[in-house]
Design a protein around this ligand. Structure first.
Ligand SMILES: CC(C)(COP(=O)(O)OP(=O)(O)OC[C@H]1O[C@@H](n2cnc3c(N)ncnc32)[C@H](O)[C@@H]1OP(=O)(O)O)[C@@H](O)C(=O)NCCC(=O)NCCS
Length: 169
C-alpha cells in the first residue's frame, strides 16, 4: 500500500497559558516538545494504522519564543516511511490576533516506529510525496535517518552511504 503525506496530516490549535511558561513569559520548551510529540504520534498512527512509539527526536529548532496568550498551531505529517520507521516533520506556527496572519516559529523532526502489541517493529505502508516541499523532505529523510542511527550508536559511519554523499558528492 502507498499513502500520501496529507493522509497523515495532524493539526492542533491551542492557546499558550501562563502555567505552561518559563520565567520570561514564553512557552516552556518541554511543553512544546510534548505537544509536538503528540501531534507526530497521531500522524504516524494515521499513516501506519498501528501502535507507534517515539524512536528518536532528530532535530528541534527553538528559533522563536512563543509568548503566553499565543494561539499556536502544530502541523505534523509523515515525510518518509522506511520499513517499520517513519520520519515525521512538524511545523509550529503562531497567528497575529488582528491580522490573523501566521508566522512560523519552530519545527521538529521525529522518528516513530510501528510496533505490534508486544512492541516488535512491523512494516508500514510506503509514502509517495506530492508537493515540492514534501518531495524535498522525502529526499533528505534517508540521510537524517543515517545520522540519527550513527548518533545513537546503531550504525557505523562507514555504512552511512547516503550521508557520505553530502560531503563527498
Ligand atoms: C524504537 C524501538 C521499537 C526500536 O526497536 P529495535 O529493536 O531497535 O528495532 P530495529 O533495530 O529493528 O529498529 C526498528 C526501526 O527503527 C529505526 N530506528 C531505531 N532507532 C532509531 C534512531 N535512533 N533513529 C532513527 N531510526 C531508528 C531502525 O532503523 C528501524 O527502521 P526500519 O525498520 O524502518 O529500517 C525500540 O527501541 C523501543 O521500543 N524503544 C522505546 C520506545 C519508547 O518507549 N518511546 C517513548 C519514549 S518515553
Amino acid at each position: 500500500m502507498v499513502k500520501t503525506p496529507k493522509e497523515s496530516l495532524t493539526i492542533f490549535t491551542d492557546i499558550v497559558l501562563p502555567g505552561e511558561s518559563n520565567q520570561l513569559g514564553n512557552l516552556f520548551g518541554g511543553e512544546l516538545l510534548a505537544r509536538m510529540d503528540r501531534a507526530c504520534s497521531i500522524a504516524a498512527r494515521r499513516h501506519s494504522h498501528a501502535i507507534v512509539v517515539t524512536a528518536s527526536v532528530n532535530h528541534v529548532a527553538f528559533n522563536n519564543a512563543v509568548p503566553i496568550g499565543s494561539v499556536m498551531t502544530i502541523e505534523a505529517k509523515v515525510s518518509r516511511a522506511f520499513k517499520s520507521s517513519m520520519e515525521i516533520y512538524v511545523d509550529v506556527w503562531i497567528e497575529d490576533r488582528e491580522s490573523q496572519e501566521r508566522s512560523k516559529v519552530n519545527e521538529g523532526i521525529y522518528t516513530f516506529v510501528a510496533v505490534d502489541k508486544f512492541g516488535k517493529p512491523i512494516a508500514v505502508p510506503q509514502l509517495e510525496p506530492e508537493t515540492v516541499l514534501e518531495k524535498e523532505r522525502y529526499e533528505g529523510a534517508l540521510r537524517r535517518k543515517q545520522l540519527s542511527l550513527i548518533l545513537s550508536g546503531k550504525m557505523k559511519p562507514a555504512d552511512a552511504d547516503e550521508l557520505r554523499k553530502l560531503f563527498i558528492g
